[in-house]
Every structure is written in structure tokens, then in C-alpha cells.
Design a binder for this molecule. Structure first.
Ligand code: NAI
Ligand code: MG
Length: 350
């Protein structure tokens, strides 16, 4: 029987509720499609940091390397310095495992109304490809004399030709499989060094894909167009920080942050890829069985697709759509269904 070894990292907050829910659904779809998942669970994250002084053990990356993929919730706790989770966990794994593509689809589920009242499922269907290893989030800056009148702070963005080319090729290839329309979201009119370089290289890569319609748009205009004209977009290629911000807007136009799934992908499969919802650990609703599990379930479907189990992945998406067509709604969507009830309904739909 086909067997996949998956590391489940619960993280913090609602991760402890939505990751187990996702594991049940994945086990269900595996049984239906005659493969099995060998899980190993890890309670790493900010809670672990409070106990052990690290977000993951020293040999954490060595442990993770042995898996076919990583199924992750989110990290961060109000009691822990919030500059640490990204630096010591999320970005640490994403960069060491060269997960340079952050794949974040935006699609309206059956039965759900977008807050954009005139937009339907044909209008809202695109993928954000966020560069995931460099750009604005490399954290090479520093603060000098922060407590004094001379205080100053610097953050430096780093963009490399190699880093831009590889994510651009991925995005154009994806566009070829979709509606052949790629928008580069940039801000090169003001970031005249880094993002002008970004645009130049993406323009060069675009020339290799003459069948894909290529346009460049500034992020301020894109924010407006996500709301007014989401139908303009098919593949959205952008930088680490812009992609981070726009994907929460993408979540919002689907109806909730809790709906968005994502993959941190190492396309060459040299290292395991990591699949997680687009949102954070939502400490405000943690431990209440109220979190929407759908973003976590969608991330599971993306993981199966990455592993080559396309039929099983499609089945999860169909099952989610069957459930969103029905009456069950978690609180973020205006209902009072529990995390478990929604996950259970998806399992039954399967
Ligand atoms: P957040 O995404 O956790 O929450 C924002 C809002 O969306 C909250 O009101 C929350 O209740 C709601 N929400 C999020 N996911 C939901 C779900 N599945 N169902 C229903 N409602 C949901 O972002 P926030 O509050 O800015 O950050 C909280 C913590 O998460 C921080 O420590 C932050 O650093 C961390 N974080 C971690 C990420 C990761 O591990 N990849 C990503 C983003 C934030
Ligand atoms: Mg984010």
C-alpha cells in the first residue's frame, strides 16, 4: 500500500484543534483511496518555547527532513515575544527547506457568499504565489540606541536573481495550466532598486512564456482591484511581504481568514514541503472548539496534491464544498457550528 510519512506540527492556539481535525479527514480520504498516512505529531511552537527555550529541538530540522511532508497549524502566543515565532519557526523551516513558493489559492466555496456582494465563483478564483525565502522578510536589519534621541532602525530587503527567477518560473508554469494570465504585483515606482530589479527579472522570465498574458500592477492598485475586480486575477506573483498582506485580503474576500489553505513548497522535492492555513494561531478563540477548520483541511488537500494523490485531494475539496453548501457555519461565517462538527461533516461527505 502507498504510505506517506507526515509530520504533524500542532503549533499553538487553534492549531491544537484544527490540526487533529485535519488529520482525521486525511485518514478518511486515505482509506477511501487505498493509501495510508503514518503520522508523527510534534507539539512545537511558542508553548514549547515557554517550556524549553526553543521553538523546536536542536535536531528539529533533521527530524523533519525524514518526512514526505509537514502538516502544520500556526505558531504564536500572547505570552511570548511575537517577533520570535516567524524568525525561530515558520521562516526558519521555510528557508532551510528551500520552500521558496508560498502557494495561496483564493476561491469561493459553494454556498458561501463573498463579502463582495456582486461577485460569484467565476469572479473569485485565483492563486497568489508569494516569494517565500527572501525579500522584505530576511531580517538583516538592526536597531541602534532605540531608547535614545539618536535612535534609529534599519531593515534591509534582499532580492537575488536566482530567488526571483525560480519563483517566477513556477508561477508562469502554473499560469500555463490555468487561465494563462499572470499579474506581477510590485511597487517599483517607489522601491526603485529592489522591486525594479524584481520587475526586470520577471519580465525576462515572462519572455519564455509567450502564451501567458503578463501584466505588472502596483500593490496599491491591486488592493483596490481585489475588492472591485477580483475577476482580473488568475495567477498573482508577488514578494514575501506583499504576498503576506494580500493573502489575508484574499481570505477576507472568500468570506473568512479561516477558509484559506496554503503550501510552502519546495518544487524540486529536495526537502519536505509544509502545508498550513494562511491565518495565525487565533489566540482570541483558541480552546473553544469554534475555529473554522476549512483552511486547515484545504491545506491537507494541497499536501495530497503535492504528494501525487490528486484524486484524494479533489475528493477533499468536493467534500468541503458539499458541507459549505449545507447549513453548518462556524462563528467566523456567522454561525455557531463547532470545529469538530464541520470537520465531522466533511468526513461524512467523503
Ligand atoms: P490570526 O490569523 O491568528 O487571527 C486574526 C483574526 O482571524 C482573529 O480574530 C482570529 O480569531 C480570526 N481567525 C483566524 N483563523 C481563524 C479560523 N480558523 N477560524 C475562525 N477565525 C479565525 O492573526 P493575529 O491575531 O494577527 O495573530 C495571532 C498569532 O498568530 C500571533 O502570535 C502571530 O504572530 C501568529 N501568526 C502565525 C502565523 C503562522 O504560524 N504561520 C501566521 C500569522 C500569524
Ligand atoms: Mg500572514
Amino acid at each position: 500500500m502507498r504510505t506517506y510519512k507526515i509530520a504533524a506540527i500542532f503549533g499553538d492556539g487553534i492549531g491544537h484543534e484544527i490540526v487533529p481535525a485535519g488529520m482525521e479527514v486525511l485518514n478518511g480520504v486515505a482509506a477511501k483511496h487505498n493509501f495510508q498516512i503514518e503520522w508523527e505529531s510534534y507539539h512545537w511552537g511558542a508553548g514549547y518555547y515557554e517550556q524549553h527555550g526553543v521553538f523546536l529541538p536542536e535536531d528539529g530540522l533533521e527530524i523533519l527532513r525524514r518526512f514526505d511532508a509537514i502538516y502544520f497549524g500556526a505558531v504564536g502566543l500572547p505570552s511570548v515575544d511575537d517577533t520570535l515565532p516567524f524568525k525561530l519557526f515558520t521562516n526558519f523551516v521555510r528557508t532551510h527547506f528551500e520552500q521558496y513558493v508560498n502557494y495561496r489559492p483564493v476561491k469561493l466555496f459553494d454556498g458561501l457568499q463573498s463579502p463582495l456582494r456582486n461577485k460569484n465563483q467565476t469572479d473569485i478564483d485565483f492563486v497568489i504565489i508569494r516569494e517565500n525565502n527572501e525579500g522584505e522578510f530576511v531580517q538583516t536589519g538592526r536597531q541602534l540606541y532605540p531608547g535614545f534621541t539618536e535612535g534609529l532602525a534599519i531593515d534591509t530587503s534582499i532580492f537575488t536573481r536566482k530567488g526571483i527567477e525560480r519563483v517566477a518560473h513556477y508561477a508562469f508554469k502554473l499560469a500555463q495550466k490555468r487561465r494563462k494570465n499572470l499579474v506581477n504585483v510590485t511597487k517599483s515606482n517607489t522601491l526603485i532598486n529592489t522591486l525594479a530589479f524584481w520587475d526586470k527579472i520577471i519580465g525576462e522570465v515572462a519572455a519564455h512564456y509567450p502564451d501567458v498574458k503578463y501584466t505588472k500592477m502596483y500593490v496599491d492598485a491591486v488592493s483596490a482591484n481585489f475588492v472591485l475586480h477580483p475577476e482580473y486575477f488568475d495567477v498573482v506573483l508577488t514578494t514575501n511581504m506583499i504576498g503576506d498582506i494580500l493573502s489575508d485580503l484574499g481570505g477576507a474576500i472568500m468570506g473568512s481568514l479561516g477558509l484559506g489553505g496554503s503550501g510552502n513548497i519546495n518544487p524540486e522535492k529536495t526537502f519536505p514541503s509544509m502545508f498550513e492555513p494562511i491565518h495565525g494561531s487565533a489566540p482570541d478563540i483558541a480552546g473553544q472548539n469554534r475555529a473554522n477548520p476549512i483552511g486547515q483541511l484545504w491545506s491537507g488537500a494541497l499536501m495530497l496534491e503535492h504528494l501525487g494523490e490528486e484524486n484524494a485531494a479533489n475528493d477533499i475539496m468536493k467534500a468541503i464544498n458539499m458541507v459549505t453548501s449545507g447549513p453548518l457555519r462556524t462563528a467566523d461565517l456567522g454561525g455557531n457550528s463547532s470545529t469538530r462538527a464541520v470537520a465531522q461533516a466533511v468526513l461524512e461527505a467523503l
